[in-house]
Write a protein that binds this ligand. Structure first.
Ligand code: F3S
Length: 65
């Protein structure tokens, strides 16, 4: 599974980082990007889905199932 954060949609709510800190990085202004080039380890898929469901801006996208 691979994810990305759409920078045009991210508003820096940081819920993604709160629920899955290993999968996201936050920049100086609080906007998130996917860690590890977006690659989600198999045992963290549920965390990724939780982050996707928790982003109020729908900014997190699945690039690859
Ligand atoms: Fe951005 Fe959504 Fe995370 S707005 S910081 S991707 S919770």
């Amino acid at each position: 599974m691979k994810i990305r954060v759409n920078p045009d949609k991210c508003q820096g709510h940081n819920r993604c980082y709160a629920v899955a800190p290993d999968l996201f990085e936050v920049d100086d202004v609080g906007n998130a990007s996917a860690a590890n080039g977006g690659v989600v380890p198999d045992d963290m898929k549920d965390d990724a889905k939780l982050a996707i469901d928790n982003c109020p801006e729908f900014a997190i996208e699945i690039v690859e199932e």
